[in-house]
Design a protein around this ligand. Sequence first.
Ligand code: ASP
Ligand code: MG
Length: 450
Amino acid sequence: MSYLSVAKFGGTSVANYPAMQSCANIVIADPNTRVVVLSASAGITNLLVALANGCEEAERNKLLNEVRQIQENILTELKDDCRVRPKIEALLANITSLAEAANLATSLALTDELISHGEMMSSLIFVEVLRELQIEATWLDVRTIVATNSHFGKATPNDEQTRQNCNNLLKPLIERGELVITQGFIGRDEQGKTTTLGRGGSDYSAALLAEVLNAQDVLIWTDVAGIYTTDPRIVSNAQRIDTMSFSEAAEMATFGAKVLHPATLLPAVRSNIPVYVGSSKAPQDGGTWVTRNPQPRPTFRAIALRRDQTLLTLSSLNMLYAQGFLANIFTILAKHKISVDTITTSEVSVALTLDKMGSASSGTGLLSQELIDELSQFCTVKVDTGLSLVALIGNELHTASGVAKRIFETLDAYNIRMISYGASTNNICLLADSDKADDIVRLLHKALFE
Ligand code: ASP
Ligand code: MG
């Protein structure tokens, strides 16, 4: 097969008619893009999740109307909606009955079935937007390709089965020269039930399809023109990074840069597929290429900020020369499904940061009283909140000389609560009070990047 790109357009890129037109123009301008993966129009998935949680009639009708309105705004802009309108009406009718069912008894399987409708609608409408620009595309139900396990809400793809389906159903279409429009985020389990790959999972779908198709690259079209040295909302001088490595991008994604979903990189990394991030609204502005071995590899690449951190300090004099203290702590944390982010230890205490993101603990707070009680049985427990984690991302940070000096000189006036340095060659994490975090990012950016 000749050069093949898989393009993915996110929710904001397909939020309304003009946005969809920009996407269509990007696809038309690039003959290598033969597979297009779409998210649901912005806002739709959140509304569908709310419906899937079950709500009373009045609230349900309000949400259903909002879903309808978002799609209706696009349909009315089409010159001719007679082909697609009946399909959208049928999906809206499905959504209504699934939402009614969810109000009686909700389930994870029902939720996935319901929320998959968002991607179904956006992809059907996009085919019509292309048709108005004289491009005939083939709509494909991605569930016939992406095979997953039955872990509803966060299903794991079965790579082998997915590859087989792709060879049987998707490759022949591409070889015939067709342009294929399909959905991100969703798949199907062995029983034929709809599954989803987790919120933001469309990026992952695109990377996975690129992998099984042996595509040359994945193009992630979103609402920002690439990955920046830091959040441009905090530092207006932030600069776009032209090329960065998979490992740097993975650190950025995990430490809060929302541009790429961390899972996206799995298939890309293992199959060495370059990933491009660009803006569908301003494709001419360029973007960022994420590849295995880009040059140069600067010591300092970017600064990411993650808010809402909890610091847990556990101390015990019994820790002196003791064995199994950390094992005990981690067993208790694991039992409570708490995922630990960064950690430092001294002879008699250990400090950990916890993040809301990776923890499956539901309900009120991240730390339950039960957990604190359990830990308190063999150490003193101190909990601090209102903290943010500033992650400095770069290369060979552990061996470059003068790194710590530059950081601490710059942050002389600030109280840094915890530092994690040395575990990764790609990052240094600093924990500070949340109300100082933006200033710290600005100062570090100025000192290291400007
Ligand atoms: N529509 C899904 C979500 O909002 C998947 C995605 O956008 O990637 O999470
Ligand atoms: Mg999205």
